[in-house]
Design a protein around this ligand. Structure first.
Ligand SMILES: [Zn+2]
Ligand SMILES: [Zn+2]
Length: 138
C-alpha cells in the first residue's frame, strides 16, 4: 500500500510504503506541545515504521525541543510554507509520526485513538469509536 503526501506549497514530498494498513496507527493528540506546534486544538499524526517512510522531494528543516517531560522531540517542517511533515522523539525507536493532514488521501489511514484527553478543550467532543487516554503518547 503506497500513500503519498507533502507540504502545502509542494516543495516537500514523501512516500509511505506499507505492507498493510495495520502497520500504521493514526492518533489525535491534545497535549499543549502539539497545540503550539500545529497552531490548532490538537494534532493528528500517523505512526509508522521508519523504513516505510521516504522523502522524495526537498529537504525539511528540523526543530528539536523538550516534549515537556524531559524527552527530546524532533519535528521536521517545510521552511518555505511551514507545514509540519513528521515528528519523532528520541525514544520513538523504529517509528516516526507523519502529520496526517499532509497525506494526499488521509482517509486511507483513519484515527484509532486520542491521547492527552486531559488537555482537550471543553468544547471539543471525543471522537466516538476510538480509544481515549488521559495522557501518554505511545
Ligand atoms: Zn512547503
Ligand atoms: Zn501531543
Amino acid at each position: 500500500m503506497i500513500c503519498n503526501g507533502g507540504c502545502y506549497c509542494g516543495n516537500i514530498r514523501y512516500e509511505i510504503n506499507l505492507t498493510s494498513p495495520d502497520e500504521a496507527r493514526t492518533s489525535i493528540c491534545h497535549c499543549k506541545n502539539c497545540k503550539k506546534f500545529t497552531g490548532s486544538e490538537f494534532s493528528i499524526a500517523t505512526k509508522l515504521p521508519w523504513k516505510a517512510f521516504r522523502i522524495t522531494k526537498g529537504s525539511p528543516t528540523k526543530h528539536a525541543s523538550d516534549n515537556g517531560s524531559g524527552t527530546k522531540l524532533y519535528r521536521e517542517f517545510c521552511e518555505s510554507c511551514g507545514s509540519g511533515i513528521f515528528e519523532y522523539s528520541e525514544n520513538a525507536g523504529d517509528n516516526t509520526y507523519v502529520f496526517y493532514g499532509t497525506l494526499d488521501e488521509p482517509e486511507q489511514l483513519p484515527p484509532k485513538g486520542e491521547f492527552f484527553c486531559k488537555s482537550k478543550a471543553g468544547w471539543m467532543l471525543e471522537v466516538p469509536g476510538l480509544f481515549h487516554k488521559q495522557e501518554i503518547k505511545q
